[in-house]
Design a protein around this ligand. Sequence first.
Ligand code: FES
Length: 107
Amino acid sequence: MVKINFTLPDGSTRAIDAAPGGSLMKAATSHLVPGIVAECGGNASCATCHVYLETEDVALACPDGSVEDEMLDFTASPRRANSRLSCQVQVGDQLEGLTVEVPGAQV
Ligand code: FES
């Protein structure tokens, strides 16, 4: 299992143990982390699973020119350099101990 820490808009935190292999969005929603809407179910077409990954690891940055990169221009909360669509982030050891901030608005 991969431990992932979420910071919620109200300042509270949630820690989950996510199974490797699935998406960060699925891990969050299956653990009832609030604030991840995921209207499109993980198809990178709604931008309501937006999160901020608190990391300097460039390997976890959104790939330039990807569909995700385009969709991140349509998030309800401001896009930052560390913005990702959580449905496009695969859970694995690279996320161990990572803090993920949930934005204040998704729609
Ligand atoms: S769930 Fe719709 S873009 Fe991620």
